[in-house]
Ligand binder design. Structure first.
Ligand SMILES: *Cc1c(COP(=O)(O)O)cnc(C)c1O
Length: 797
């Protein structure tokens, strides 16, 4: 900003501050100051945003349909992308305003559960930064993912009414409202547009989130009591649809309201696209050309109702024949799969789909009939068609619908796509090998490095001599030339130490636990799930505790084990794992025999803005899912980019991390997918329990009372799952005991390796230098080139 603009910025800011409060300047609160600042920034980008919207309105675009966008905070990120972060900080400092406390005032926009929603947010950033025409469509939940606190070791959930102070970063566009019709209800879908800024390139894309409101204005005339009640309940029923995000990660909700949410945003978005097509595209417009201008990427099974909805709108509202509408849909839809866990692949009972939209159910049946005819004509028997059926036993299989109609099906890491082709969707792969492709996930380096780790970011720019790496993360490779330079390696070590001190201070302030910044920071943060195996981690902590307790003088480098993550409120066992971690933490941290050498911390309410403090401070990134279960993971990439070494299995993108940064610079352990497949039918966890005294010792501690907090059945469920299977199950579904010994050894290697600071720093440096591939800029350009066929300029290839 030049001087003139600086003055104007400050004037505007003060004006906005005065407009929103009657207080004198000194008395304004962080809230006032935050609101005035976000207003000032929105005004600053208004013109460019308008211009981008106008310029692209008749260009080919990719539409990213996602039920979740896990955005986090916007203030700092927007300032970074505008290139005015330092200047604004300085300007506010000059007028006596503490920028950091304004920054911390902002609530996360937490409209997602975990990785899938965060991926959508990273893609929005990367598409804008790469000057791609990408438009996001989603749901404006009034309550995002619940806020978590820990009381007496248990997870407690509270609502997340992130809109209570208003919403600084979106604009309501009433004129683009749509009517969404369910079988027994009609509602108004009102769009709220959020600007998505490219990194210092003048591009402003749009994320459009729909809010459900009553179709008719509240009718105050209905003043006899009965009708008044009716009107109130109608209003509530409409608002219910976007009231809250379902907090299930990797689990089907199966609830009518959830399908209504999905259909609601798909219907509004499809109508929006078709309305705009008619309004802005050529006058001699033909619907056959619709696919020339639109491609829809479906983020998992959640937005698949968009398929029948597009066909419905074309057929019922625009006079297109069903066959023609279907062939348009076949050129428009592409599907991303995010999991091989059966419990997450959505199936809906026909009744529910009918209750949401009878016409869409009819259309789904028609598509299914066509599929069956086609496969019969190919010579397949009734029975061999079964796994392909979209409608089967009165259930609608959403993935089958998307794979049959869509022209592209992608997995999110090499190994994941391989499993989709070879197992999960093998039958489909045999019919349509050309549809299947891989797009390894990525993360935006702007939020996860430039913004979250300013010290490391400045270090990199200094070493590379410029900031080009922020646009092209492959340039990080240039850091490798310093791998034998002790001075550089020491600098890197010192930066990590500084970040660890910052985190230690933050944890003391927010959790009330004192940790030693000189200790190894070993961090596992992600949703709590059995397949992610937080319980393997805590069982190993128990093992170490016993070992140290028996021999307090043991040669052991002090380590702080940090956990964080939310459990779905209905996921009993995941909540048990949280309680177990907290009970172990209580015992260990209070035991003066060991607590100089080890500490255990469960940080509350892990979310994007907490992650921004955790990733920069990590020495070890725990990525320990059962091989074959974590489709990609993206937390692993955030850690790597910030110089943490991966302690991980051969799963998801971990494999691609080792490929690039070298196994010798990380800590790989555990069985491979092939090994697990081979033993699947014969695996007996009880054998491991019997043969390995370390294993029996830690497993027994689950039911010995040691960590039970006066309820001796507290961890019986976890114990039973491991070695006392109930109801015909084999036990230890996720192979904790199988991998325990290997995990233990990997930890020993870490504890040894950390003592050589120069060598550890070299490993850090090599990891950072090879993290370029994991930029979501690379991922989004792969989508644009291979699937969307979208170009940077006008979108047309
Ligand atoms: C990146 C991220 C995730 C995904 O983490 P995984 O380790 O890949 O499961 C989940 N939640 C938040 C807040 C994140 O930032």
């Amino acid at each position: 900003m030049d001087k003139l603009k600086k003055n104007k910025f400050v004037d505007n800011y003060i004006e906005n501050l005065q407009r929103i409060t009657l207080k004198s300047f000194e008395d304004t609160s962080d809230r006032d100051r935050y609101k005035a600042l976000s207003d000032t920034i929105m005004e600053l980008i208004n013109e460019e945003w308008r211009e981008c919207k106008r310029k692209t309105r008749n260009q080919r675009k990719a539409y990213y349909f996602s039920a979740e966008f896990l955005i986090g905070r916007s203030l700092g990120n927007n300032l970074i992308n505008l290139g005015i972060y330092d200047e604004v900080k300085e300007l506010l400092d000059e007028i006596g305003i503490d920028f950091e406390s304004i920054e911390n005032y902002e609530d996360d926009a937490a409209l997602g559960n975990g990785g899938l929603g965060r991926l959508a947010a990273c893609f929005m950033d990367s598409a804008a930064s790469q000057n791609l025409n990408m438009y996001g469509y989603g749901v404006r939940y009034r309550e995002g993912i619940f806020k978590q606190s820990i009381k007496n070791g248990f997870q407690v959930e509270q609502g997340d009414s992130w809109l209570k102070d208003g919403d600084a970063w979106s604009i309501r566009v009433d004129s683009d409202s749509k009517i969404v019709k369910f079988r027994d209800q009609q509602v108004k879908a009102v769009p709220f547009d959020m600007p998505v800024l490219g990194y210092q390139n003048g591009v402003v894309n749009t994320l459009r989130l729909w809010q459900s409101e009553p179709f008719q204005e509240f009718d105050f005339q209905k003043f006899n009591n009965y009708e008044y009640d009716q009107a109130v309940s109608e209003k509530n029923r409409a608002e219910d649809i976007t009231r809250v995000l379902y907090p299930n990660d990797m689990q089907r909700a199966g609830k009518l309201l959830r399908l209504k949410q999905q259909y609601f945003f798909c219907s509004a978005s499809i109508q929006d696209m078709v309305d705009k097509y008619k309004k802005y595209y050529p006058e001699d417009l033909k619907f056959e050309d619709f696919a020339k201008y639109h491609i829809i990427q479906l983020n998992d099974t959640h937005p698949i109702m968009a398929i029948p909805e597009l066909i419905r709108v074309l057929v019922d509202e625009n006079g297109i024949f069903f066959e023609d509408a279907l062939s348009i849909a076949r050129k428009v839809f592409a599907f991303t799969n995010h999991t091989v866990l059966q419990e997450a692949l959505e199936k809906w009972s026909k009744d529910i789909v009918q209750e949401v939209s009878p016409r869409c159910m009819e259309i789904i049946e028609k598509i299914n009939d066509k599929l069956v005819k086609e496969f019969k004509a190919k010579g397949l028997s009734e029975e061999s068609i079964d796994p392909y059926r979209i409608v089967r036993y009165d259930q609608v299989h959403m993935a089958n619908l998307a794979i049959y109609v869509g022209f592209s099906v992608n997995g999110v890491a090499e190994i994941h796509t391989k499993i989709l082709k070879g197992e999960t969707f093998n039958h489909w792969y045999k019919c349509y090998p050309e549809k299947f492709n891989n797009k390894t996930n990525g993360i935006t380096p702007r939020r996860w490095l430039v913004y979250a780790n300013r010290d490391l970011s400045d270090f990199i720019s200094r070493k590379l001599g410029n900031e080009d790496w922020k646009y092209n993360l492959d340039l990080l490779k240039g850091l490798e030339k310093y791998k034998e330079d002790d001075e550089t390696l020491n600098e890197l070590w010192d930066i990590k130490q500084k970040k660890k001190r910052d985190l230690a201070k933050y944890i003391l302030d927010t959790e009330g636990i004192k940790i030693d910044p000189e200790s190894i920071f070993d961090i596992q943060v992600k949703r709590i799930h059995e397949y992610k195996r937080q319980h393997l981690n805590i069982l190993h902590v128990i093992y170490l505790y016993h070992k140290l307790k028996a021999n307090p003088d043991m040669d052991f480098y002090p380590t702080t084990f940090i956990f964080g993550g939310k459990a779905a409120p209905g996921y009993f066992r995941a909540k048990g794992i949280i309680k177990l971690i907290n009970e172990v933490a209580r015992v260990v941290n209070n035991d003066s025999d060991v607590n100089k050498k080890m500490k255990v911390v469960f940080i509350q309410n892990y979310r994007v803005s907490y992650g921004e403090k955790l990733f920069p401070a990590a020495d070890i990134s725990e990525q320990i899912s059962t091989a074959g279960k974590e489709a990609s993971g993206t937390g692993n990439m955030k850690f790597m980019l910030n110089g943490a070494l991966t302690l991980g299995t051969l799963d998801g993108a971990n494999i691609e991390i080792y490929d690039r940064a070298g196994e010798e610079n990380n800590f790989r352990f555990g069985a491979t997918v092939d090994e697990l497949n081979q033993i699947a039918s014969t695996y007996n966890p009880v054998e491991y329990y019997r043969k390995d005294p370390d294993i029996s010792d830690v497993v027994d501690s689950l039911v010995s009372g040691e960590f039970n907090d006066n309820d001796s059945y507290m961890f019986l469920d976890i114990y039973n799952e491991l070695v006392n299977p109930q109801g015909g199950s084999r036990g230890d579904q996720y192979y904790l005991l199988k991998d325990f010994a290997s995990y233990k050894k990997a930890h020993e290697r870490i504890n040894e390796a950390y003592r050589d600071k120069l060598d550890w720093s070299r490993k850090m440096l090599i990891n950072i230098a090879n993290a370029g591939f994991f930029s979501s800029d690379r991922t989004i350009l792969n989508y644009a080139d291979d699937i969307w066929k979208i170009d940077k300029e006008d979108g047309l290839k």
